[in-house]
Design a protein around this ligand. Structure first.
Ligand code: ATP
Length: 374
């Protein structure tokens, strides 16, 4: 049985579709990260599952129960928000147990759960403080405690770390992930931060314009993006997507006379190459580019190049020095290229890679997003 099952769920606002026929099955105990650019429908999806919004179409089931028509209080879900949403006039202990009091959980049981939760989250010394007397990280820990103290099996988190500084975010990422795994809960975690998504998700759901683009474990998402959108969205710098053109001399890189004789190369396709799969070579197969700039990043350097009218990036280990305008030849190994349909953006099966069920060259409306995650 799935912890969360969304079947063709849509939500419209006047003149706008926020989620458009979203289907997703999440196995119990999975940490799912919902990732996508601002406005793609991530929060709406969470609010639909929580019951704060009503779906215009589709069904939502939690642990096998159809909850589509149930109010939020009857859905047995814990929520953690970006804003923490703590009661300023209550101390930490009362903030944590407020929901239990509402549900008339007996005093002894409340005390037992409070002790357990505060120990788990390192809040023992802070129980008498009010939210204003806590740091951002401590407030977020209280918000987390409030979500789990009731024993909910599903927790929804909406950008819970975005108000914290970079260092604390990294620590809290690990803490949240470990907590979810220890408790065996199912988490749906919304973020627009790809590093957070790749680091935390057992599975990442990439959304774009209200629809699911791809559902996959982080490594598959990165190495085998299902679409040009995902390829561009994941990775820093993102995957290079090189346009091709047919000329009298054959298939060339658009805007250059450089022939491209690669398995998989065909008119109407985009050649995808991750920056770190490119390497400077003296001769042999590859592309002739012109260096625009080199950015030193410590462990490696990013070389920004021009390829005809197209910008491409290569990530090379360590320091790399080159002057703007210098010629450079970039090569890659046989399994580096990904191919995409230039018209639909969908990935095309590569001769060098195995395909997973959710990867196909079908247009989005035919792509199966209803992937079981276990
Ligand atoms: P962000 O990362 O910026 O929070 P998001 O991916 O969570 O974005 P949503 O908040 O789900 O996106 O919004 C999806 C779309 O629906 C957006 O275009 C937004 O403007 C619109 N929208 C959201 N809530 C409402 C509302 N109550 N009324 C009208 N439009 C809304």
């Amino acid at each position: 049985m799935f912890a969360i099952r969304l079947d063709n769920v849509s939500k419209r606002y006047p003149g706008h579709v926020a989620t458009d026929g979203v289907s997703l099955d999440v196995a119990a105990g999975t940490f799912v990260v919902v990732l996508g650019p601002s406005g793609c429908g991530k929060t709406t999806l969470l609010r639909l599952i929580a019951g704060f919004e009503r779906a215009d179409a589709g069904r939502i089931a939690l642990h096998g129960d159809d909850v589509t028509d149930r109010p939020p209080g009857a859905r047995e879900i814990g929520m953690v928000f970006q804003s923490y949403a703590l009661f300023p006039h209550l101390d930490v202990a009362d903030n944590l147990t407020f929901g239990l009091q509402l549900r008339r959980v007996p005093r002894v049981e409340r005390a037992r759960r409070l002790a357990q939760t505060s120990r788990l989250l390192g809040l023992d010394q802070l129980l008498a403080r009010r939210p204003a007397q806590l740091s951002g990280g401590q407030q977020q820990r209280v918000a987390l405690g409030r979500a789990i103290i009731g024993g909910r099996r599903i927790i929804l988190m909406d950008e819970p770390l975005s108000n914290l500084d970079a260092r604390l975010r990294q620590d809290m990422r690990r803490e949240i992930k470990a907590l979810a795994s220890d408790l065996g809960i199912t988490v749906l975690y919304v973020t627009h931060d790809q590093a957070e998504a790749l680091a935390m998700g057992d599975v990442v759901v990439v959304m774009h314009q209200g629809r699911i683009e791809q559902v996959a474990p982080p490594a598959m998402l990165y190495e085998q993006p299902a679409s040009a959108f995902v390829a561009r969205f994941i990775g820093t710098p993102p995957m290079n997507l090189i346009e091709l053109a047919t000329t009298a001399g054959g298939l060339c890189v658009a805007g250059t006379g450089q022939r491209l004789d690669l398995p998989g190369a065909a008119p109407g396709r985009l050649l995808g190459l991750r920056p770190e799969r490119l390497r400077p070579v003296d001769q042999g197969p590859g592309l002739q580019v012109e260096v625009e700039s080199v950015e030193y990043q410590g462990a490696d350097s990013v070389i920004a190049c021009r390829l005809g009218g197209q910008a491409i990036a290569a990530r090379v280990p360590g320091r790399w020095t080159a002057r703007a305008g210098e010629p450079l030849r970039l090569g890659w190994s046989d399994d580096a290229p990904c191919w995409f349909d230039a018209a639909t953006g969908r990935r095309i099966a590569s001769p060098h890679r195995s395909q997973s069920p959710e990867l196909s060259s079908q247009p989005p409306e035919e792509q199966p997003c209803n992937v079981a995650i276990s």
